[in-house]
Design a binder for this molecule. Structure first.
Ligand code: THU
Length: 134
């Protein structure tokens, strides 16, 4: 366990992961976010019989954050179902990038509760970004 906030995000992600709806892949994922203003949010993957309509855990957590008015991810933890870490898919990296800074902490966790810590810029170098205020 690397630090206190990672620990509380892991607990939150685990609760969300238990509720994941993944009857097709059987691959349950949980995600939890600490926003810059100190709020915490979580999400799980929600699959669909029409496969492309499924949604990743990170997308759910980001939607929960945005719907409560928060806009900056300070830390995000992603929890996979096996003893391997679950690095976010390409689409989720881009969704995270929209609300992250290069220094946003990304915690990748596995079913043993081990955590690999990196930054957003390490996870996604050369990220595509636009400044929405310009
Ligand atoms: N999944 C996530 O929730 N997040 C990721 O970053 C990778 C994949 C989900 C999507 C699908 O429900 C299942 O894991 C298998 O791909």
């Amino acid at each position: 366990m690397s630090n206190n906030s990672a620990e509380s995000l892991l607990i939150l992600a685990k609760l969300a992961q238990e509720n994941a709806y993944a009857p097709y892949s059987k691959f349950k994922v949980g995600a939890a976010i600490m926003s810059e203003d100190g709020q915490q949010f979580s999400g799980c993957n929600v699959e669909n019989a029409a496969f492309p309509s499924g949604q990743c855990a990170e997308a759910g957590a980001i939607a929960a954050m945005v719907s409560q008015g928060a806009r900056k991810i300070k830390e995000i933890l992603i929890l996979g179902p096996s003893n391997k870490i679950c690095p976010p898919c390409g689409g989720c990296r881009q969704k995270m990038q929209e609300f992250a800074t290069p220094d946003t902490k990304v915690y990748l966790s596995n079913s043993d509760g081990e955590i690999t810590e990196l930054t957003m810029s390490e996870l996604m170098p050369l990220a595509f970004d636009l400044d929405p205020s310009e």
